[in-house]
Design a protein around this ligand. Structure first.
Ligand code: PEP
Ligand code: CO
Length: 449
């Protein structure tokens, strides 16, 4: 079996300390659930995971671009056809715009079909004088502020598996069945442009994309080929609950290699990337593409060791570093990291998460983000890469296809008091569909020039 290093097994993480695990009240029930999960079919397949890795290898050199996005935390109650469709739709719309502007294929990866577990800054939360376990995502407990809802319930892992399976089933149907056809996605973009208060600004590019599609039709390129009427779409989530990830880890019968078949790409969060921790131990041994979040307080030597542990063979496409420094610290924190990795010749997909270090609490007490801060960190990310002669390989957003009011700013200028209109996230604030498309058009303008 080919693994990244010796002495690894899918349970070797148990010898290491694991941060951010729920305090399950009854270990016997946990064991029963995990045994059952081990017998259930994989959610994704090794061949698909290898395809994603090959595409990501291209993003290392700028021959492809990664677009990763979705909910901060998916909710079971929101696993419905319309919501899955709208999330997919907005990502497809963003992707077509970025493909046209960047002139390279866009690798579409959802934070979807398994993004059900969350790290939290505190184990407990006090609501109305009552101290409760923190909400850790639908795969662990419920968000309602009651003892009953907040008590971790391992059976939720089984439900999470089933929710992920039905989400994937629909995503596969939508992306293969004509829903994702190029001219359809472009028609949605035209609709967005005609309705957005900023529409005029985006009209020219939307028109050019139209012309490109018409040109293909004119010269007789068949519009019913898979390249035109299907989309390749991949899934990802934070690999947080190691018992669950272990249970979905399988040996590929064609190669004998170990893959975590809960999603195509797994990432390690800012709070669980300790080099001597269980999450790093687990992920170093599965052959999926791996992401690692890096916040502004990183230690350079520590990141160098982490890169060595997770990608000892410097395989292109294996490792995506997702930087989340905040608009004020990106100028200071990104260049040293880029220079060092370049000096060492490391193959890395550099992705920008302009969400997680730009979060603040609004005057009305809502956790929010400002659209202009998101634009600001993203712009800095690209400019710094261009200055350093490194490759800005992708972006990572928290967004939804719904018309929520969770982030302020954007063309409709959502402000503090609008946040109450439709604020539904149980975790971090997401860009709504319009804000997401606006962001894509603004990035497109930037990378084109
Ligand atoms: C997240 O992506 O929702 C998250 C918790 O990010 P980070 O680990 O970067 O804080
Ligand atoms: Co988040």
């Amino acid at each position: 079996m080919k693994t990244a290093n010796n002495n690894w097994s899918k349970s070797s993480w148990k010898e290491f300390s694991a941060q951010q695990q729920p305090n399950w009240p009854n270990q016997a029930v946990v064991d029963r659930v995990l045994n059952e999960l081990e017998t259930l079919p994989p959610l994704v397949f090794a061949g698909e995971i290898r395809s994603l890795k090959a595409l990501l290898a291209k993003a290392v050199t700028g021959d492809a671009f990664l677009l990763q996005g979705g909910d901060c935390s998916e909710n079971f109650a929101h696993v419905t056809a319309p919501r899955i469709r709208e999330s997919l739709k907005v990502l497809l719309q963003m992707a077509i715009t970025l493909t046209y502007a960047g002139g390279v294929p866009v690798i579409k990866v959802g934070r979807i079909a398994g993004q059900f577990a969350k790290p939290r800054s505190s184990d407990t939360e006090t609501v109305g004088g009552l101290t409760l376990p923190s909400y850790r995502g639908d795969m662990v407990n419920g968000a309602d502020p009651t003892v009953e809802a907040r008590t971790p319930n391992p059976k939720r892992m089984l439900k999470g598996y089933n929710m992920a399976a039905s989400t994937l089933n629909l995503l596969r149907a939508f992306t293969r069945g004509g829903f994702a056809a190029l001219h359809r996605v472009q028609a949605w973009n035209q609709e967005f442009v005609s309705q957005s208060p900023m529409g005029m600004t985006y009209e020219r590019m939307a028109k050019q994309i139209d012309q490109a599609i018409q040109f293909m039709e004119t010269i007789g390129i068949a519009m019913d080929t898979p390249q035109i009427n299907q989309a390749q779409f991949f899934t990802s989530h934070e690999a947080l609950l190691l018992g669950y990830e272990q249970a979905l880890t399988r040996i590929d019968s064609t190669t004998g290699d170990c893959y975590d078949c809960s999603a195509h790409l797994l990432w390690i969060g800012e709070r669980t990337r300790q080099i001597d921790g269980a999450h790093v131990e687990f992920l170093r041994g599965v052959l999926n593409p791996i992401g690692v979040k890096i916040g502004p307080d990183y230690d350079l030597d520590n990141i160098k060791r982490l890169v060595e542990i997770l990608n000892p063979e410097n395989e292109a496409g294996r490792l995506t570093l997702i930087t989340r420094f905040g608009k004020d610290r990106v100028e200071q924190m990104l260049p040293p990291l880029l220079r060092e990795m370049k000096r060492e010749g490391k193959n890395i997909v550099w992705s920008c998460d302009p969400m997680h270090a730009n979060t603040f609490t609004s005057a009305g007490g809502r956790k929010t983000r400002n659209f202009s801060d998101i634009i600001s960190e993203t712009t800095s990310f690209f400019e710094i890469h261009w200055n350093e002669d490194t490759v800005p390989g992708g972006v990572h957003f928290e967004l939804t296809g719904e018309d929520v009011t969770e982030c302020i700013g954007g063309a409709r200028d959502i402000d503090d008091k609008d946040l109450d209109i439709n604020y539904e996230t149980t975790c971090d604030p997401r860009l709504n569909a319009e804000q997401s498309l606006e962001l894509a058009f603004q990035i497109a303008e930037m990378i084109r020039s």
